[in-house]
Structures are given as structure tokens and as C-alpha cells.
Design a binder for this molecule. Structure first.
Ligand code: ZN
Length: 109
């Protein structure tokens, strides 16, 4: 078990757990019953927490949460024919109509 994150919002914690669950990463919520008990206990100890069952998958879990938090599905890309820049969600150049080239190809000259 490994603590992945703690958050002031139980909804946020549950959302993160659901994202991890959908990605096949097993996680567990803690402190859900203490959410209204702040005051006597330090916040850090009473805040809702998301724990990973497999500590080895922390990097993978963080990548899942980061990808979900980012609205744009990837970096912008540049048309190989005319050089126009586009947001990641577009599959073809609006300027010249060329299809987007697969990521990783570098335009050599
Ligand atoms: Zn173009």
C-alpha cells in the first residue's frame, strides 16, 4: 500500500479512485468518514486520501490522473507540408488539407 494523494475534497478523491479503477489500477479511499471531523485532528490526517494497492504502479497512476486533468489530448503538431501549427485534437491541416503525420516522425529538410 502506498499513499498516492490526499485532497480536501472527498468528491475529488473518489473521482481519482474511479479514474484509476477505469485504468485497471487498484486503489482505495481512506478517511472518507472523517471528512467532517476537522478541528480536533490535523487536516493532513483527516483529509480524504487515495491509496494504491500496488505501490509499484505509482508512476502509472500519476500519469493517469495527469492525463485526465489535461483537456488537450496531446502537444500541438505542425503540418509537414505548409508548416501551420494545430491543436492536438485536429487530424488534418485546415490550411492545406494534409493529413497529420504519425508522432515521432521528423521532417528532414
Ligand atoms: Zn498544411
Amino acid at each position: 500500500m502506498k499513499l498516492l494523494l490526499s485532497t480536501a475534497s472527498l468528491i475529488h478523491a473518489a473521482h481519482c479512485r474511479n479514474l484509476l479503477d477505469a485504468a485497471g489500477i487498484r486503489a482505495e479511499l481512506r478517511n472518507v468518514w472523517l471528512a467532517g471531523a476537522t478541528g480536533d485532528i490535523p487536516f493532513q490526517e483527516s483529509a480524504p486520501q487515495v491509496w494504491l494497492l500496488d505501490a509499484d504502479r505509482e508512476a502509472e497512476a500519476l500519469a493517469v490522473l495527469e492525463a485526465a486533468a489535461r483537456p488537450v489530448p496531446g502537444p500541438p503538431w505542425r503540418c509537414g507540408r505548409c508548416g501551420e501549427w494545430h491543436e492536438a485534437q485536429f487530424g488534418a491541416c485546415w490550411h492545406c488539407g494534409a493529413s497529420r503525420e504519425p508522432a515521432g516522425t521528423t521532417g528532414a529538410g
